[in-house]
Design a protein around this ligand. Sequence first.
Ligand SMILES: O=C(O)CCC(=O)C(=O)O
Ligand SMILES: [Fe+2]
Length: 245
Amino acid sequence: MPPKLKSKKKPAPDPPPPQVQLPNWPPLTPLLPREDLTLVPLLEGQIYTIPSFFTSTLCATYRSFLSTLPLTTTPGKPKRGEAVRVNDRFQVQDAVFAGRVWEAGVGDLVREMEGVEWGGEVLGLNPNIRVYRYKEGMFFGQHYDESNNIDFSIPGASPVRARTTWTLLIYLSGLETGCEGGETVFHPEPPKGKGRRETPEPIVVEMRTGTALLHRHGEGCLLHEGAEVRAGEKWVLRSDVCVRR
Ligand SMILES: O=C(O)CCC(=O)C(=O)O
Ligand SMILES: [Fe+2]
């Protein structure tokens, strides 16, 4: 849970996306058959992965495509109250691409999953698509992801008021591509109440090429970080699950 007081550990707010031409994203193919995709719990109600959501072939296509985009390096010196992060980023509002990623399997898995509190009526993925590249030595310091209010629009339909409830990260590289380090590490809080309060072990999500990671954000977000990359490159696509507000 993020602390009640204003947290000192939140990521720098993303600058308003500049008016860039929409990327000509490669087709999302090949993909595994839908029945081979599963949501694997790492921490019930908090953290799930979808192994091989993107095939290694698709990841390779995306890494070379994304490296043609104008990524900019986020400065390492954060303003007061912001998490330190150093990575190369690209950001764009693209509802059509967000819809394609949703239709590639995230949507079905989210809808099928019972018991997980997605936070309301699930609509789809945040059109705010972020691309991160971490080179050797880059990292994303400890922080909480905030929930954001957005206007969710399915192209051709009128916008719906929505808010984001879960973070989606898709690893496009990993141990298989020579990326060492770069794990996403979660720090669960000790159980509340009296008595012994052992700090729980961190939950370390190894970077596996093509794995998607979903974790709860906003009110129920766990403190987490992107560990320093020790070798190779870490590539990530980021969006969020949106619900009606
Ligand atoms: O790159 C990572 O592993 C973490 C990214 C992250 O925490 C974020 O996008 O908020
Ligand atoms: Fe985060």
